[in-house]
Design a protein around this ligand. Structure first.
Ligand SMILES: *Cc1c(COP(=O)(O)O)cnc(C)c1O
Length: 372
């Protein structure tokens, strides 16, 4: 019988360069496997108390940062259930942001689309015009639309909060948190959330999020907000270094390990590393004759969405064949998402990647391109 060791498993597996889940390090997995502890005991409270100030530094906030056991959609849906009583404006520019309209409606909320073409960002002026109607008490906004590789101008949008203080600004930073600087308190938004399988480079199943005082106050007035994602339950429990229900404790050990890495590197260095690796990937694509899918100036800093016929211009290849050839060389890239599957492809450079590891991927891609 063949017994694989932890190390040989890591040497043999196909390395992930899809935009989530991303590659998880051995160090992180080892931390995940710490012996189990009770979630109401002092050991757990100490663990949460250790990560809390680091999470606050990461998000540039004095608010308590919450840990939810679910993938991001749990908290995305929860935010809508907690904070929408009139009507929610769903800012839509790709598969994830588009889906939030449907999710809001399935939660029984009145919802309206602010749709732009995939590849374009959401601009503050468009949101301003909608909010000026006075119909809305919340909006959903995705900072980094992972399906199109577009990063929308969050800071400009967040400025609108001052003009519309009663509107709840719910922001998904799933594929940008830890890769791009997000200053929660300075932005003045109401909810900021991310799942851990993207730029955190942890396994999927945990969501890190923060919310404003006014979000807590608003949530307290909404009677059908449920329990599992009740923001006030998260606040009350976080005050005692606990979570409302039994969390994925392994994830929190892994998070503690990852936060060690993040602060050893330094936040600014981490943000710069992400920016420069995304630039290297764009250079690789353009160097091979491709165009980029995002509108110029709005490219993601954590992943690259390469145009492959979704819009005019640039080279077009057989994406499925490229994926197979790259996989034979040990790497998994993404073949495009939703309605732009095959007419785009995506390469993730988020998490633990370095220039050296990205160069290994580009070498495999270069080699694979010769076989097309
Ligand atoms: C991955 C992703 C999601 C969905 O996250 P789940 O972990 O599948 O719930 C939502 N928004 C964005 C921007 C994402 O990249």
């Amino acid at each position: 019988m063949l017994v694989k060791t932890f190390t040989s498993y890591f040497m043999e597996h196909v390395k992930l360069h899809i935009p989530g889940p991303v590659e998880v390090s051995k160090k992180t997995f080892r931390a995940f496997c710490e012996p189990m502890i009770g979630h109401r005991g002092q050991g757990f409270k100490d663990l949460y108390a250790k990560v809390q100030p680091q999470l606050q530094a990461l998000l540039y906030t004095k608010r308590l940062v919450y840990l939810g056991t679910s993938s991001a959609w749990g908290v995305m849906e929860g935010a809508v259930r907690n904070l929408v009583s009139k009507k929610v404006l769903c800012c839509m520019c790709g598969a994830f942001s588009d889906k939030w309209l449907d999710v809001s409606q399935r939660c029984g909320k009145q919802a309206e689309a602010l749709q732009v073409d995939w590849g374009s960002p959401i601009r503050a002026e468009a949101i301003d015009a909608k909010l000026a109607t006075g119909q809305f008490d919340a909006l959903t906004f995705i900072h980094n639309e992972t399906s199109t590789g577009v990063m929308s101008p969050l800071a400009e949008v967040a400025v609108l909060k001052r003009k519309y203080p009663d509107v709840m600004f719910i922001v998904d930073a799933v594929s940008s948190m830890t890769g791009v600087k997000l200053e929660f308190d300075a932005l003045g938004i109401d909810v900021l959330l991310a799942g851990t399988q993207k730029a955190f480079a942890l396994p999927p199943g945990l969501t890190v999020f923060a919310c404003s005082d006014s979000a807590l106050a608003k949530s307290a007035t909404v009677s059908d907000r449920g329990y599992y994602f009740d923001l006030n339950e998260f606040e009350k429990n976080a005050e005692g270094n606990m979570t409302p229900s039994t969390p994925s404790i392994g994830h929190i050990h892994a998070l503690a390990s990852k936060l060690e890495d993040i602060f050893a590197e330094g936040l600014d260095a981490r943000f710069e590393r992400h920016a420069s690796l995304a630039q290297l990937t764009r250079d690789w694509a353009v160097g091979h004759g491709f165009n980029l899918f995002p509108e110029t100036g709005y490219e993601s800093q954590t992943l690259t969405c390469v145009n492959n016929g979704a819009k005019p211009g640039g080279r077009v290849i057989d994406v499925a064949k490229l994926q197979k050839l790259v996989k034979d060389r040990g790497f998994l890239i993404d073949g495009g998402y939703g309605k732009i599957k095959g007419t785009t492809f995506r390469i993730s450079s988020m998490g633990d990647e370095t220039e050296a590891t990205m160069r290994q991927l580009y070498a495999a891609l270069d080699d694979a391109m010769k076989g097309l």
